[in-house]
Write a protein that binds this ligand. Sequence first.
Ligand code: NAD
Length: 254
Amino acid sequence: MSGALDGLVALISGTGGGLGRAAALHFAAAGARVVGCDLDIEGHRQTVDLVRASGGEMDGPADALDLATAAGSAAWIDHALRAHGRIDILYNNASAARFAPVDQMTDAEWHFTIRNELDLVFFATRAAWPHLAAQGGVIINVGSTAAWAGTAGSGKIAHAAAKGAIVAMTRQLAVEGAPLGIRALSISPGFIRTPGTAPFLQREEIRARLVANIPLGRPGEPDEIAAAAVFAASAGASFMTGNDIVIDGGALAA
Ligand SMILES: NC(=O)c1ccc[n+]([C@@H]2O[C@H](COP(=O)([O-])OP(=O)(O)OC[C@H]3O[C@@H](n4cnc5c(N)ncnc54)[C@H](O)[C@@H]3O)[C@@H](O)[C@H]2O)c1
């Protein structure tokens, strides 16, 4: 495989499915050596098989890693260094959230969301930072349109707080990283069709309500996020840092 990311070592979290699987396939097709990981080790292994079957290069730790612990994130970074000796791209995609109305969200649901949407990005970034700085590199964090707009009845109080923090953290990383040759961008998807969101789309009344708020009249596809991420990681985006790239079919514009 060869392309915009030829020979670069790209770490992508959450490669067990959804947007992480699509990203692994796109990054490998662009020539990157992909290092994935996930709590869902079976899903991650299937992604490795899919990437290799398409002619790409991908590996990852043999066991499930919880990136929301400092030790789990450090083990992932160590694996990449042992396997490839360098890190060029860190794509912080993995996350998990709990949803509930403000007055019904429990302490446990709040902390679960902050831990699995925010802590894991910090831990992985901190562990990768000196290795990105060694030759220059790119961090891509996955935010959400929830960082920018509230949604009635969505129960997104913790998710919105965490994703808003991701966008703010990305700006800080960009400023701290610039003298070291590290660029940092976030990508904020709107509503994307994934295995996780597919059940909502099967129910016509819910699909119609979700799509009514999207000017392009449909959910996005994982490939449409992954393609933007490949560009963000490539030399073509060399003057982009600190920005949030919203990919939402026009939802925030409407
Ligand atoms: N799908 C959408 O419509 C949408 C919209 C906006 C933002 N996003 C964001 O895109 C990213 C990917 O979303 P997705 O829809 O593919 O979700 P997903 O649930 O299908 O995939 C996320 C993966 O992250 C893994 N993960 C979660 N916590 C982890 C941890 N602590 N350690 C290791 N792995 C962990 C999960 O096991 C899962 O495989 C997330 O950051 C999500 O918030 C998705």
